[in-house]
Design a protein around this ligand. Structure first.
Ligand code: 2AM
Ligand code: CA
Ligand code: CA
Ligand code: CA
Length: 269
């Protein structure tokens, strides 16, 4: 994608993200209609849907030739990554949105012919915008985020992961995961994949490991991570597929190989 085209698109997407975030803040204490999707803990609210409708409307009106890949069903059915695709999670961390009224984000990645060009992750209640354009660096509220540290011993790393990894699971032997948790300095669980990507990019956690994410959970984060030298793969070290669900391991490359080889691949089922 041409750099000028990308810059214009970036400014437009950023404006819409801030506008959508402002609307959510205004309505944060309004009564919510909450439904469930795949299971009783898989929540969706009218705010998720309304926010996605807002973006889909703006995009279809302004860029009718673009495509939309999004969580709540107002996007397109896509079978290739050809063209310009807005990959949208209107609210990432819906459970946090419902229970905590904070710790959720709007996540938008814009990809062109399969390449991540723009990433925007907006911590709505914190009013913190993480953003990146390919080859132009990553920013937190307009301040450039420095490249990730290259000297983190595993015993001083903080890892973000869901506690399900420590229970019997289909991917990695839980004994290896327990050993990993005891090896690193600490672990965290924030409940918003997009924010966990942003925190990894910021270097306040050194990696994020998750069992099953959709493209809209990771599209923006991957662009931002890449700009600070981070690496994103599946939990067994393979490239992630933007048209399907994936296990995901995004990390500082300095600890990535060690965690992959010594724990995830070693304990792989
Ligand atoms: P969501 O809030 O947009 O659904 C929670 O650990 C993280 O995993 C959130 O980023 C959440 O995104 C994501 N996630 C992906 N699939 C999920 C599912 N089926 N149920 C709950 N959270 C899911
Ligand atoms: Ca969801
Ligand atoms: Ca999500
Ligand atoms: Ca969502």
């Amino acid at each position: 994608m041409n750099a000028d085209v990308r810059e214009t698109l970036f400014r437009q997407a950023k404006e819409w993200v801030l506008e959508a975030g402002s609307t959510i803040r205004t309505k944060i204490n309004d009564p919510l209609t909450i439904d469930t999707k795949s299971n009783p803990n898989d929540l969706v609210t009218t705010m998720d849907k309304d926010t996605e409708v807002f973006f889909a409307g703006k995009i279809r009106e302004t860029y009718p030739e673009h495509f939309i890949l999004s969580e709540e069903g107002f996007g397109d059915e896509l079978s290739t990554m050809d063209g310009t695709i807005w990959i949208i999670d209107p609210i990432d961390g819906t459970m946090n949105f419902v229970h905590q009224k904070r710790n959720f984000a709007i996540s938008i990645g814009i990809y062109h012919d399969g390449i991540g060009e723009i990433g925007l992750i907006y911590d709505v209640m914190g009013d913190v915008l993480y953003s990146a354009q390919r080859t132009k660096g990553a920013y937190k509220n307009g301040q450039e985020i420095p490249p990730l540290k290259t000297d983190i011993p595993l015993k001083e790393a903080i890892l973000s992961l869901n506690h399900f990894w420590l229970c019997e699971n289909r991917l990695v032997n839980e004994k290896e995961m327990q050993r990993l948790v005891k090896t690193v300095r600490g672990t965290r669980t924030y409940g918003s994949a997009a924010l966990e990507f942003a925190y990894t990019a910021e270097g306040i956690v050194d990696g994020y490991l998750t069992m099953s994410l959709a493209p809209w959970d990771i599209a923006a984060g991957m662009v931002i991570l890449e700009e600070v030298g981070g690496v994103t793969t599946t939990a067994d070290g393979k490239p992630v597929n933007m048209l399907s669900k994936n296990s995901v391991f995004t990390s500082n490359p300095y600890v990535q190989k060690e965690i992959l080889n010594d724990f995830l691949i070693k304990g792989k089922k």
